[in-house]
Ligand binder design. Structure first.
Ligand SMILES: [Zn+2]
Length: 364
């Protein structure tokens, strides 16, 4: 291991060469070491959001969540078990920006005189517009967003746009806090290890320059997709992004692992595996969850019922009326479609399992 002395209190401690900002375990100061000259540069803008969840609250959060979702609340106690939980403070580069977008394009004009032939040139309407937005865009300051489950798709857009990046507008995405509680960003405090209250603090691994360029790329793409929803054919899109602030903030998250063992007939169709819940530590919002019954469980039930009915109809077609054979064919089609759905679903499942590797941090 490598040893370094703190730039603020001079105490020496072991550090990881993977870290970009080194955090002193004694005084909580953060500093960057110049790789060429070895000079240490203290950082100032480092904050932490306190966690409103402790280990003992995990049960009630899970219960509240599952009670709203499960069709049979009285059997929750006997069918669901919490297998474990842990909290983690993850570092984010929070890039405050102002983004200004200009766009232009063509939309098909409505035909005001039905029955009359329109010429192509007047059939389209040129449209253009501008809009500006402010964001506090959060970029994970860890080398891999797959380290913890559910981190790579947190973006909550107000628009109906497809999002395939890992950064997000902080305030919207982290969920609304309870009434009378400050919004998440305003509750930040200068970083101190003591404020993490026994939750593991993940170190800061990535540079601010990469966070800023990723945030800019993502916002640019986000605005481009938004403008595409406004117009039939988008010709031009320009987004200018001005960075007005940059902080590193440790944000609390909680993971709850649970198992589901139904007593009803569903027990024949569910696979015994563990499921996860990602909870925001400050707002207590459930950000992502693996549901007790996923779609392939339901499709499996479907397949079983259709198969049984199909068999009954086949029997009836032999002994009662040959018209039942038509029903048999229909039920068999349902079975075949269900099977196909499960097979194509399986590919997605193995992908999820890959993200399973990292579960609980050692000693966390
Ligand atoms: Zn120190």
């Amino acid at each position: 291991m490598f040893e370094v002395s703190c730039a603020a209190c001079q105490a020496s401690f072991e550090y990881s060469p993977d870290d970009y900002i080194h955090l002193c375990p004694f005084c909580s100061a953060g500093f960057i070491i110049d790789p060429d000259e070895g000079a240490k540069d203290l950082i100032g803008d480092h904050y932490i959001i306190p966690s409103n969840i402790q280990k003992q609250n995990v049960d009630e959060i899970f219960e509240e969540w599952i009670t709203k979702r499960y069709h049979n609340p009285s059997s929750i106690k006997s069918e669901f078990t919490i297998l474990g939980s842990y909290g983690v403070m993850l570092p984010y580069w929070v890039v405050s920006v102002e983004a200004h977008t200009f766009w232009s394009g063509h939309s098909a004009k409505k035909n005001l005189y039905p029955g009359r032939v329109r010429d192509l040139a007047s059939g389209f309407l040129k449209e253009e517009g501008r809009f500006s937005r402010r964001y506090r865009w959060a970029i994970l300051a860890r080398k891999s967003p797959k380290e913890h489950w559910g981190m790579e798709r947190l973006h909550h857009p107000r628009e109906t746009v497809m999002v395939d990046w890992e950064g997000f507008p902080l305030d919207e995405t982290m969920g609304a806090p309870d009434e009378g509680v400050k919004p998440i960003y305003e509750s930040k405090l200068p970083f101190k290890y003591e404020q993490a209250t026994d939750i593991a603090v993940a170190s800061i691994q990535t540079k601010e320059s990469s966070a800023v360029s990723r945030a800019k790329d993502q916002i640019n793409e986000y605005h481009r997709r938004m403008t595409k929803t406004k117009v039939g054919t988008l010709y031009e899109h320009r987004t200018e992004i001005e960075v007005v602030g940059l902080h590193v903030v440790h944000i609390p998250f909680w993971y709850i692992r649970y198992s589901f063992a139904p007593k009803s007939m569903f027990k024949f169709f569910t696979t015994a595996r563990e499921r996860r819940l990602l909870v925001q530590g400050y707002t207590k919002a459930v950000l992502d969850a693996e549901l007790p019954l996923n779609s392939s469980d339901k499709v499996m039930t479907n397949m079983f019922i259709a198969g049984t009915l199909g068999f009954i109809c086949l029997t009836l077609s032999v002994f009662v009326n040959s018209l039942f054979y038509i029903l048999f064919v229909i039920f068999m089609l349902v079975v075949i479609l269900s099977t196909w759905k499960i097979i194509s679903r399986e590919k997605v499942d193995t992908d999820n399992i890959k993200g399973n590797e990292n579960q609980e941090p050692a000693g966390g």
